[in-house]
Design a protein around this ligand. Structure first.
Ligand code: SF4
Length: 270
């Protein structure tokens, strides 16, 4: 069974009961991804003069100074998956279920900003509030010019995904238990603090499950003493696959907190 513990330094470390095996696997992956300049992350940061504005919340200047160069090594292996997207070394992206379709049968796009249009609505035309929901529409092909554009597009498709995975590989990913997230809420969301543990477990099983909820791996717990019991161990761990960039969730998102509100309200004393 996998679990998440918070180290004394405040940084989260992801432990598994079979941790020795996982540690060896992680070391192997890190070694395989080690760059020529010695960086152990597949997304080594290095200086660049790009002035791209990323949507992930990183300031323009922070992103200006660095590029996540390890992604090109992922692509040099041929292809890699991130969420529902198949990335190829020619800097093209498509829905992975479209991989055997002819390119002429797909709608072509050429700029990273096109990702914003692709992610907005699902195949039924419904707005997608959660970008990591497993309902990315099919039928498109995004052909980009370089790795910087790929990184920008991915930041539109799956905000922060590359940065979170990089932090995980460097053992710098901090996670926040649900109770801490709810305790931080103010105003109309403060009532979520009344959420009962069993309500939280049920809510998480519906909202975060990969099948019809969210593709992120859930790394946080209900509280420091209580694990999530309604998700599989697989869903609560980080797959170490050099051909796949996993989507990680380090704390409950705003949508989950919003969904907790009516449940918390039900617990108000009458
Ligand atoms: S809390 Fe995390 S895993 Fe759950 S729906 Fe939100 S982003 Fe996805």
């Amino acid at each position: 069974m996998n679990d998440v513990h918070i180290s004394k330094s405040g940084l989260a470390r992801i432990f598994h009961t079979d941790r020795d095996e996982e540690t060896v696997k992680a070391d192997e992956v890190r070694r395989a991804m080690k760059s020529d300049d010695g960086c152990m992350s597949p997304y080594c940061l290095r200086k660049t003069s790009s002035s791209t504005q990323h949507p992930s919340g990183f300031s323009g200047s922070a992103v200006d100074q660095y590029e996540i160069s390890g992604l090109d090594r992922f692509l040099l292996r041929g292809e890699c998956m991130i969420g529902e997207i198949l990335l190829k070394k020619d800097c093209s992206l498509r829905h992975h279920e479209d991989q055997f379709l002819l390119e002429e049968d797909l709608l072509h796009y050429e700029t990273p900003q096109a990702a914003r249009e692709i992610i907005r609505y699902d195949a039924q035309g419904k707005f997608r509030p959660l970008k990591t929901a497993p309902n990315l529409r099919r039928g498109w092909l995004l052909k980009l010019n370089n790795i910087e554009d790929v990184i920008l597009a991915l930041d539109f498709f799956y905000p922060m995904a590359l940065h979170l995975y990089e932090a995980f590989l460097e053992n710098k990913l901090s996670v926040t238990p649900l109770r801490e997230t709810l305790d931080r809420q103010t105003g109309m969301y403060r009532i979520t603090q009344l959420l009962k543990d069993e309500q939280a477990q049920e809510l998480i099983s519906k909202s975060c499950c990969s099948e019809n909820g969210c593709l992120r791996q859930v790394l946080w717990s209900i509280s420091k003493d209580q694990a999530i019991t309604t998700l599989s161990d697989q869903k609560k761990s980080v797959p170490l696959n050099p051909r796949e960039i996993p989507l990680l969730c380090r704390e409950a998102c705003n949508l989950l907190v919003a969904a907790a509100r009516p449940l918390g309200k039900m617990n108000l004393p009458s």
